[in-house]
Design a protein around this ligand. Structure first.
Ligand code: IPM
Ligand code: MN
Length: 356
């Protein structure tokens, strides 16, 4: 018997189904080529789950994903569900899933494909060669802190981190830095927030176990500025949930399109692999979305969850090759495009190259 893996598939809302289908097409191609077998099982989450079952995170999804080797996810949300009460919103489903799966570490690489240096809104000299990794804490901080409430004329959320939570995400960042350029920049707001002070002290403690890694600290406002001023200074950015959410969107623009960037959410159990972008309801169903972020997320899944490194590399080089040949989806159409592709054409091209 060859290697066989069970992949949970959550297509979600908006462009989710279109982009996930292309990622599966690429996974099928590369798995045949590399001699392993993938079995897929679909689960509902977000708006699609609300429409079908009345809740954004059905029990069946929760129980089902626990039995998978990894989960590939598209995107959730859309105007249709925007006015629901918070506990019924699609986003609440995603946050609940992350929490239940224990995926505390969200890895969000931002790199600039050399063929696309002109696609960024920043000067080519600023973005050329950017290759950084945002390590975002994903199941703590202000997203989950208690107490929280929406009252008549007052509302509040709480940013909480325990030392254990900071330690475990810091370790992930240092381990990743050891395999990269051995630099960690921890981003916080320690000049104002107690929670950031604890964060900083704890990161310092963890750093002692990684003498080869150079640690620096940066306030989040400065980090936002530095990402745009001189992004090449960064190797690994270690930060909390909400700062990581914001900084990773900013970092995505270095690459030229948020439609390019993948992510891996990992912890001690099953990992969740998803593009960093949303469900883009404005272009859903038109077949024009960029599937590359999801295809690259599938590659991260092969690398981090299944240890199928050769297959992951094949996908990564197929993406680079297709871009270098001038194939572009609409989001990148004005940048050295030889041919504008539909979502499915882009998927087919990448699948073809990845299977060689
Ligand atoms: C992301 C998204 C989510 C987040 C939303 C959809 C809950 O913006 O994955 O970055 O804030 O984490
Ligand atoms: Mn976000």
């Amino acid at each position: 018997m060859g290697r066989e893996y069970k992949i949970g598939v959550i297509k979600g809302d908006g462009i989710g189904p279109e982009i996930v289908e292309e990622a599966i097409r690429v996974l099928d191609a590369v798995s045949v080529r590399c001699g392993f077998n993938l079995k897929y099982e679909e689960f509902l989450l977000g708006g699609a789950a609300i429409d079908e079952t009345g809740v954004p995170l059905p029990d069946k999804t929760l129980k089902g994903v626990a039995k998978c080797d990894a989960v590939l996810f598209g995107a959730i949300g859309g105007p249709k569900w925007d006015n629901l009460e918070r506990h019924l919103r699609p986003e609440t489903g995603l946050l609940g899933l992350r929490k239940a799966m224990g995926t505390f570490a969200n890895l969000r690489p931002a790199m600039v494909y050399k063929e696309l240096v002109n696609a960024s809104t920043l000067k080519p000299s600023v973005v050329e060669g950017v290759d950084l990794m945002v390590v975002r804490e994903l199941i703590g901080g202000i997203y989950f802190g208690e107490p929280r409430a929406l009252l008549e004329d007052r509302a509040y959320n709480t940013m909480v981190y325990t030392k254990d939570e900071v330690r475990r995400i810091a370790k992930v960042a240092f381990e990743i830095a050891m395999k990269r350029n051995k630099r960690v920049c921890s981003v916080d707001k320690a000049n104002v927030l107690e929670v950031s002070q604890l964060w900083r002290e704890t990161v310092e403690e963890v750093a002692k176990d990684y003498p080869k890694v150079e640690l620096s600290h940066m306030y989040v406002d400065n980090a936002a500025m530095q990402l745009i001023r001189a992004p090449k200074q960064f190797d690994v950015i270690l930060t909390g949930n909400i700062f990581g959410d914001i900084l990773s969107d900013a970092a995505s623009m270095l690459s030229g399109s948020i439609g390019l960037l993948p992510s891996a959410s990992i912890g001690s159990g099953v990992g969740l692999f998803e593009p960093i972008h949303g469900s883009a309801p404005d272009i859903a169903g038109q077949g024009i979305a960029n599937p590359i972020a999801t295809i690259a997320s599938a590659s991260m899944m092969l690398r981090y969850a299944l240890n199928e490194i050769e297959a992951a590399k094949k996908i990564d080089s197929a993406i680079a090759k297709v871009l270098s040949e001038g194939y572009r989806t609409g989001d990148l159409s004005s940048f050295d495009a030889k041919e504008i592709c539909a979502t499915s054409d882009m998927g087919a091209l990448i699948a073809d190259y990845a299977s060689r």
